[in-house]
Write a protein that binds this ligand. Sequence first.
Ligand code: 5RP
Length: 227
Amino acid sequence: MSTQEMKQAVGNAAAKLVEKGMVVGLGTGSTASYFIAALIKRYQEENLSIHAVASSKHSFDLAHQGGIPLLDIDALTSIDLTVDGADEIDPSKQMIKGGGGALLREKIVAHMSHEMVVIVDETKLVPALGKSLLPVEILPFAHTATRHHIEKLGYRGSWRQTKKGDTYLTDNGNYIFDIHFSHLLDNPRNDEKAISSIPGVVETGFFFDLAGRVIVGFADGQIIIKK
Ligand code: 5RP
């Protein structure tokens, strides 16, 4: 199976977990988009009565085009089930997210959810976090100083840019500073604490203790659900 096929397979598997009457949180990214496509199919073919909230404008648009009724998140205090992808996930289900730039809203949606189901292909499994970039959402106000303080702690990275070379802006109008680590992290919770303590840092891409079931797709076609 190709990576795209693995992503589609886990997206399809996650859509089967959605039950009638649920408020569903929609993640962001290519894997989450396969989930949204599969959910739209169920919604249309089975007349599945559900409502959804989206973690990004992109996911909102996908669901909206498919006819899924979307709720204003400000009218809710909880969500039944959220399905989202990840950039990295370790054996204890701790994650790094935000490759798609939606980390802040994704974390809020995940935190509001009775369960966050994570859908990944096997390339996202890591022995410890820190293999790829850690996205950090930063307020534009005084962002040069915020970066300086992050670097003073010993972290290195770069501002995310669009394909055209402009500064990338999140749905919240903030910047993303992508930190790269020189080695896998021994204690990412310490890194999280240090980075988050800097004023101007809005959110980091560390997602601790949020994952419920994890659906993993393998190249040989196997799909495993980790509880
Ligand atoms: C977006 C995310 C995505 O879930 C993460 O980047 C994985 O993306 P993909 O499914 O495209 O590999 O956190 O902010």
